[in-house]
Design a protein around this ligand. Structure first.
Ligand code: URA
Length: 205
């Protein structure tokens, strides 16, 4: 059984998930999208209106920006894997609640194990806090590469925040995407991460 098959099985389980009250308000579970064997995995916050309608992450305005920034470092959406902390849309796009993150985080943990990316890019505060476990805001954490479970983690702003915040925030995202490019290109530093990257991620326990 390949990682892709296991991801499909997990997506089928998630499609019927009723672990938290968001289940009753969703149109579709937004599990994840992209290359199940990707070197780079993006983790966003939660589906919005368009994602909930279409069942795919980052298909609205924030997704368009994500695709543009990927294009600027020579990548297409299909080259990466994209998932969110929450798989169901919070009403009115409010922030995820701690209890919702708690119920949902096992799906993300398994996705990270199965895709097994070399580089994880967290988009915004919720994904960054969940994975890096630091009580520091994204504006202070971004701009650096962090070692993370024998992988590299690059925290950056949420594209929706950059869309609201104007050119300065867009430039910060561009800097962070350039970091992603250089980490992916840097075979030497990745070699130090090792080939034995498949492990049980205790990160959410
Ligand atoms: N914002 C997110 O965090 N995720 C999406 O899928 C879309 C918008």
């Amino acid at each position: 059984m390949t990682g892709h098959d296991d991801l499909m099985k997990l997506a089928a389980v998630a499609a019927g998930c009723t672990r938290c009250p968001l289940a009753s308000g969703r149109t579709t579970v937004v599990f994840g999208d992209g290359d199940s064997d990707a070197d780079i995995m993006f983790v966003g916050e939660a589906p919005g209106f368009h994602e909930d309608q279409q069942g795919l992450p980052f298909v609205g305005a924030a997704g368009k920006l994500l695709e543009r920034l990927l294009g600027e470092i020579g990548l297409r959406r299909d080259d990466v894997y994209i998932a969110n902390v929450l798989k169901c849309r919070p009403p009115g796009n409010r922030d995820p609640l701690p209890a919702e993150i708690e119920e949902c985080k096992d799906y993300l943990r398994r996705q990270l194990e199965l895709v097994d990316p070399r580089v994880v890019v967290t988009l915004g505060n919720f994904a960054t806090k969940l994975l890096l476990k630091r009580d520091v805001g994204i504006t202070r954490l971004r701009g650096q590469v962090y070692p993370w479970w024998r992988r590299h983690l690059v925290p950056t702003l949420h594209p929706a925040a950059a869309l609201r915040g104007g050119e300065r925030l867009l430039d910060q995202m561009r800097e962070d995407f350039a970091l992603v490019r250089s980490v992916v290109d840097g075979a030497e530093s990745l070699a130090a991460v090792g080939d034995d990257a498949v492990e049980q991620l205790g990160l959410f326990s």
